[in-house]
Design a protein around this ligand. Structure first.
Ligand SMILES: Cc1ncc(C[n+]2csc(CCOP(=O)(O)OP(=O)(O)O)c2C)c(N)n1
Ligand code: SF4
Length: 275
């Protein structure tokens, strides 16, 4: 499908222009996502997009689906309710790293543990963008943010490792320099039967980029490319060599019973026994 048709089909063009800064990675990720939705053949009327509060959280307002924006950090809680009530729906959760791993961290580990069949799309820009650039749970050690002006002293969460350890059955990471790879991973996540999470390393040139002297949009995008190391290559690298890098690829891709399927079967069994 041509770019114009994709835009017409999936974006609420009456809501444009969007609020994102020039050079922000959010647009690249959403572009990759709508292409994946199109490739996967999802029906718009059978797809719900839920996004949190934050710059990334604006996405659901621009997308032409059944859309919903709950309070900050509760995307996966609402997604769980929607999926349980109507398991036939595709539920796509768009979250910032703060939304997903800070205030929403508990929902993340339990959604992954249950293996509920929703797709989590995490736009990780290493900070809280919308509220002015505070540090988030993924801010790298040493990085400067509004709340770590002398360099951050906390170790960051690795969202993919967290999702994997918690039980997610599809987990992948790529970045905004590789939009086609993002589309490929999104497509696999959207057609996966279980909890699927794709983390997109995303640029915030206005806040995180400026405070860490990463340059404007284009320069920051190039730097993302230099920091990305494939899982294969990382196996032969020392921890010193991996400093300031992030690993990309598929961390998990496995089959396990999906939560709402199990739940539905259980209800049917109980009903039969009661008759
Ligand atoms: C319950 C609650 N706590 C805090 C906030 C303030 N708040 C709004 S957006 C945000 C952080 C956004 O960061 P992130 O989720 O990483 O998204 P980004 O803006 O970087 O895309 C915070 C703390 C809020 N709106 N609601
Ligand atoms: S503040 Fe950062 S994350 Fe928010 S729109 Fe601007 S560049 Fe993007």
């Amino acid at each position: 499908m041509s770019s114009n048709s994709i835009v017409e089909k999936y974006l609420r063009t009456d809501k444009l222009p969007h609020i994102w800064c020039p050079g922000c990675g959010n647009g690249i990720v959403i572009n990759s996502l709508i292409r994946a939705i199109d490739n996967a053949g999802l029906k718009q009327e059978k797809t719900v997009v839920i996004s949190g509060i934050g710059c990334s959280g604006r996405a659901s307002g621009y997308l032409k689906f059944c859309a919903f924006q709950p309070v900050h950090g509760r995307v996966l809680a609402y997604a769980t309710g929607i999926k349980l009530f109507k398991p036939e729906l595709h539920v796509i959760c768009i979250m910032g790293d703060g939304d997903c791993a800070s205030i929403g961290g508990n929902h993340l580990i339990h959604a992954a543990r249950r293996n509920i069949g929703v797709t989590a799309v995490v736009l990780n820009n290493s900070n809280y963008g919308m509220t002015g650039g505070q540090y988030s749970p993924t801010t790298p050690e040493g990085a400067r943010t509004r709340t770590s002006p002398y360099g951050h002293i906390e170790p960051p969460f690795d969202i993919c490792e967290l999702a994997k350890t918690s039980g997610a059955t599809y987990v992948a990471r790529s970045h905004t320099y590789k939009p086609r790879i993002l589309t490929k991973y999104f497509q696999k996540a959207l057609t996966h039967d279980g909890f699927a999470l794709v983390e997109a390393m995303c640029d915030c040139p206005t806040l995180y980029g400026r405070l860490n002297k990463k340059g404007a949009g284009k320069e920051m995008l190039m730097k993302q490319k230099d920091r990305a190391i494939s899982l294969e290559k990382a196996k032969n690298m020392s921890s010193e060599e991996l400093e300031d890098k992030f690993m990309v690829g598929e961390f998990v891709n496995k089959i396990k019973p999906e939560y709402t399927n199990q739940y539905t079967k259980m209800i049917e069994k109980v009903k039969l026994e009661a008759d």
